[in-house]
Design a protein around this ligand. Structure first.
Ligand code: BES
Ligand code: ZN
Length: 850
């Protein structure tokens, strides 16, 4: 770790590894501070390489001994790995190293969490376990023997032998080292089984710490639904005798797809009605699906190098989104995904961290597990599917699995299966992978003699290292409505390929109202001069649920931004339109809840900035509060009735339908509590038998600063449940009034239960503050200072989580000169920290820019 110019890796420099591996044997002798790892690796020269240089990655390892073909050697060892002279023929490399899982706070490699051993090897963690070519294009079959006193000893593949104090696992499928996993602990299993389409029995287990057994049933159901869905929709069967999931409390990410042994952040798998919200249940189902789907898109077909990360992540996110939309509501899922895309990916793409979906260089690969790689990566696949059609998409995927099974592939390979299936030239489409930035799509229209002409002009602003962009292929889904609200043209897919292009619709009796970019058919920003009357019309009449919601969102955003730029007030156009939707019983409650929700403060800030204004976080907060109060006042006669109508009878179920009712009920409660001093919320809190309603009520009370008593009761009730206590920490920092947020956060970091080395607790607490825009951006800079202090402290223990959280500063250029100076000072202070990690150094340097 050094603060000086860390080494950059380039896609263009890719070279295959000079050796192939015929088999790996690993032997672990577990001990908290002195685990012995013996390895035996069969290498042979790679005919596709002209080099014979033998370098194995290895970090923080104590080398005990090394041998080649049975003879002791003294390799050259540095901080990064080992080099040795090797024969120009097949040879066996053996090593013994010692590592210390107990002191591994970075949570990469082999580490301990709550007394159990576990691993996290993606992207480059295996090199902290033993010497190895730790790169995804080196694939090998692994045999693992674990010696330890724990009752459960797990690794990848199938179990072959177990006895007192040991277990042996063989994985028949060649895999890269990043998919290796090992777990050892006194765990309990929630068992089940699954019969695949071709009749193969698979044993399933979710392993948890004693006490968590009651929180596994939903995750197990989600796993079985995922296995069935992948067989039905993609024709993909599971390929081992056993599939294990393990829950761990200390985990940097959400979950990891290790072959046959997925490891999950406990927050992403454990759930019971009393402790998990509807949103948690939905996320758990999605992430279990995601990691399971990687078995084919990621594991059987992996990435040639880490620049191809979107090959597995973009595709797998796309697949988990498809799955959730099949399990729940397609319309609601699409709206949720677009909200997330805009909040995270558009923000990234419009700031100093903008990068292509397939980057061309990086310093630390962990910093490129981004919203761009994941979510824009998934959007690209959605566009591809729209362009080639569902049938061709299916044929292309079949060809992809057939052609590349067992390989480490590239984006070129991926696009080639689509070209070969359809005969299309995808070279222009490939720009979506290489060009950063969100295209702006300006729309103008004309109507003459029954012909309606839509003209689009695309432009992508400059991004770091990419001042100029070429026009991209953009699928634009358009439908037309006539002035009385009927659809006169069903959705058609316009294919834009030029910088400026017009499309004609003839035979129309009157000038239509266009519904453009239906289903959000491309990740672009649509810019169109329109009126609030037209937005209200589309909110009432559009047959495309996404654009129907989008019209309401645009109406609300227009109102809020005008309140901030020309002191206008909340108009009846917005209030009446919202009221109509809220009262329309024919609409899905979950959809109505989405229409009622206000845009985020961050969204408003970015919109103001794009329009040439300097956003003021505290005024944005006030404006959003004012609109919420106007909604509440305007709708007050109908709120109690809807609140009552959304009551769900019977035992709690996390299914989409009751969850949708609770979502609407919660949105209504939030408005009601602005009028009734929190009476209804107090009643809901007292009566709640599930976490969704308990947390909704608590949030409503905290927002109006009347939640003290309930906060204490909640803590008392849940003090022994880590995951629920994360919510308790988060809610307070996220919802504190702007003036109180920093102080509240600081006080919570002194709470006995604030375990800063636990990423969930750290993120819940500090992440709550950074998401509380007006609080974080307190004019005196106290929010920036507090967060920087904690990032500096965390960096020494856990660089990966620190670097991720440093992105809270990435929008600093939006704000006024005083705030910019305060943020820059904090970023410089972080950069000046002795021994700052490579991870955080890269992020902060990029955020500061030049
Ligand atoms: N392969 C990743 C986990 C990962 C991420 C490992 C970064 C190492 C570094 C996994 O498949 C993943 O993408 N997990 C996501 C959740 C998913 C539903 C998008 C996560 O952990 O957030
Ligand atoms: Zn993934």
């Amino acid at each position: 770790m050094t603060n000086e110019a860390p080494q950059k890796i380039y896609l263009a420099d890719y070279k295959p590894f000079p050796f192939l591996i015929d088999g790996v044997e690993l032997n672990f002798d577990l001990a908290p501070r002195a685990t012995r790892v013996k390895s035996k690796i069969n290498f042979r020269p790679n005919p596709d390489s002209d080099s014979r240089e033998f370098f194995l990655h290895g970090e923080n390892l104590k080398l005990i001994s090394a041998k080649i073909d049975g003879k002791e050697i003294s390799p050259e060892v540095t901080d990064l790995g080992l080099t040795a002279d090797v024969p120009d023929a097949p040879f066996v490399f053996e090593a013994v190293v010692e590592i210390s899982p107990e002191t591994n706070t970075a949570l990469e490699g082999l580490y301990m969490s709550g007394g159990m051993y576990c691993t996290q090897c993606e992207a480059e963690g295996f090199r902290k376990i033993t010497y190895y070519p730790d790169r995804p294009d080196v694939m090998a079959k692994f045999k693992v023997r674990i010696q330890g006193s724990e009752s459960v000893l797990l690794s990848n593949g199938n179990p072959v032998e177990q006895g007192e104090g040991f277990a042996e696992w063989h994985d028949p499928w060649p895999k890269p080292a990043y998919l290796f996993a090992l777990v050892a602990g006194n765990l309990v299993a929630h068992p089940d089984s699954f019969t695949t389409n071709s009749g193969k029995e698979v044993e399933l287990n979710i392993y948890v710490r004693p006490g968590d057994e009651g929180k596994c049933a939903f995750g197990m159901g989600a796993l079985k639904r995922s296995m069935t869905w992948d067989e039905e929709v993609y024709g993909r069967e599971y390929d081992l005798d056993i599939f294990n999931i393990v829950a761990v409390d200390d985990f940097n990410m959400g979950a990891m797809e290790n072959k046959g042994l997925n490891i999950f952040n406990s927050s992403c798998v454990l759930a019971s009605p009393e402790t998990a919200t509807d949103a948690n249940f939905e996320r758990i189902e999605g992430i279990i699906a995601h990691e399971y789907f990687h078995n084919w898109t990621g594991n059987r077909i992996t990435c040639r190098d880490w620049f191809q990360l979107c090959l597995k992540e973009g595709l797998t996110v796309f697949r988990d989104q498809q799955f959730t939309s099949d399990m729940r509501s397609r319309a609601v899922k699409r709206i949720d995904d677009v909200i997330t895309l805009r909040a995270r990916q558009f923000r990234e793409d419009n700031g100093p961290l903008a990068h292509p979906v397939r980057p061309e260089s990086f310093v630390e690969i962990n910093n490129f597990y981004t919203a761009t790689v994941y979510d824009k990566g998934a959007e690209i696949i959605g566009m591809l599917k729209r362009l080639v059609g569902d049938e061709n998409y299916k044929r292309a995927l079949d060809l992809y699995f057939e052609r590349h099974d067992g390989e480490a592939a590239t984006i070129e390979d991926w696009l080639k299966v689509f070209e070969d299936t359809t005969g299309r030239d995808l070279s222009q489409f490939a720009l979506w992978y290489s060009q950063a930035g969100t295209p702006r799509l300006k729309v103008s229209e004309a109507f003459e003699d029954g012909t309606y002409i839509l003209t689009f002009k695309q432009e992508t602003p400059p991004t770091p290292g990419q001042p100029e962009k070429d026009p991209r292929v953009i699928p634009i889904a358009v439908g037309l409505l006539n002035p009385n609200g009927d659809e006169v043209r069903e959705t058609c897919m316009l294919e834009m390929t030029e910088e400026e292009q017009s499309f004609r619709f003839s035979g129309l009796a009157a000038k239509p109202i266009p519904s453009i970019l239906r289903e959000f058919s491309a990740p672009v920003i649509l810019e169109r001069e329109t009126t609030n009357a037209e937005r209200a019309f589309l909110l009432a009449h559009d047959t495309d649920p996404f654009n129907k919601w989008e019209a309401g969102r645009a109406l609300a955003k227009d109102t809020i931004t005008r309140m901030l730029t020309d002191d206008s007030t909340v108009g009846s156009d917005l209030l009446d339109a919202i009221s109509k939707v809220l009262r329309d019983d024919s609409l899905d409650p979950a959809f109505r809840a989405l229409v009622l929700a206000l845009p985020s403060a961050d969204d408003i800030a970015q919109t103001l900035f794009d329009a040439g204004h300097t956003p003021d976080p505290s005024r944005i907060h006030t404006a959003l509060e004012t609109v919420a109060l106007s909604y509440a006042t305007h709708l007050q006669d109908v709120l109690p009735k809807i609140y009552a109508d959304m009551h769900v009878d019977g035992p709690y179920s996390p299914d989409a339908e009751p969850a949708g009712k609770r979502a609407l009920q919660g949105a209504v409660l939030s408005l009601l509590s602005r009028l009734d001093g929190g009476n209804q919320a107090r009643a809901q809190f007292a009566a709640a038998d599930n976490m969704t309603q308990q947390l909704q009520a608590l949030a409503c009370l905290l927002r109006i600063d009347r939640g003290r008593e309930q906060l204490a009761a909640f803590e008392e009730q849940w003090k022994d449940d880590r995951l629920v206590m994360d919510k308790w920490f988060n809610l307070q920092t996220a919802l504190a009034a702007p003036e109180a947020a920093v102080q509240t956060t600081e006080a919570l970091t002194k709470h006995a239960a604030f375990d800063w080395k636990n990423p969930n607790r750290f993120r819940a607490t500090l992440g709550g503050l950074t998401g509380n825009m007006a609080g974080f951006h307190s004019p005196d800079g106290s929010g920036y200072r507090l967060v920087a202090d904690w990032l500096i402290k965390l960096d020494a223990a856990n660089p990966q989580t620190t670097a991720r959280m440093s992105t809270c500063f990435d929008s600093w250029r939006r704000y006024d000169a005083d705030r910019q100076a305060l943020i820059k000072a904090e970023l410089s202070r972080i950069l000046a920290t002795p021994k700052l990690s490579r991870d955080t150094t890269e992020m902060v340097t990029r955020i500061l820019g030049d």
